[in-house]
Design a protein. Structure first.
Length: 168
């Protein structure tokens, strides 16, 4: 069978048209712009605050809230709060329990400064003997009371007992 020049042109044009049609069908979803509604859901976190705060309790706040926002919602710090131990820029997570420390201990004594207390003063702390007091002094300076956990012989239990008596 012989195909003449005119038939070849028709066949080529038909194949090119078919390819063009397939290309348009494949590109159409990408070329057509549709409006898409985006729904933003603001999740909330639940945190507890106690200690030297005017209105202790459990609060529900928007995700991304910092401690400063929680303190404001809880009525602010009391006059006897130890503000130097509170990091107001701290971001909060759901389920957290925040304790705002008092300036004075439960006995009415002033808190011991980890960076300034003498060896003898450190030995008055619960669970701290001479050897531990020396290790505390060797670990100076402390930027926060949590740095005390790096001292050998002070674990989470001892730290929780000391928390009410110390400041950085």
């Amino acid at each position: 069978m012989s195909i003449n020049f005119n038939q070849e042109n028709i066949l080529t044009a038909a194949l090119m048209g078919f390819c063009l049609a397939l290309t348009v069908i494949n590109l159409a979803p990408r070329l057509l712009v549709r409006n898409v509604n985006i729904e933003q859901v603001q999740t909330t976190i639940t945190v507890s605050i106690s200690g030297a705060i005017r209105e202790p309790g459990v609060y529900e706040l928007p995700w991304g809230t910092r401690l400063e926002d929680l303190v404001l919602k809880a009525g602010g710090l009391r006059a006897d709060a130890e503000e130097s131990l509170v990091n107001l820029a701290q971001p909060l997570d759901t389920g957290r329990s925040i304790f705002i420390p008092f300036y004075d201990t439960s006995d009415g004594d002033e808190r011991f400064s980890l960076n300034e207390a003498s060896l003898r003063e450190l030995q008055f702390l619960p669970g701290v003997g001479e050897a531990t007091a020396e290790r505390i002094m060797d670990g100076r300076p402390y930027r926060s009371i949590e740095d005390l956990l790096k001292v050998s012989g002070i674990g989470p239990k001892t730290f929780s007992e000391l928390q009410g008596y110390i400041k950085p």
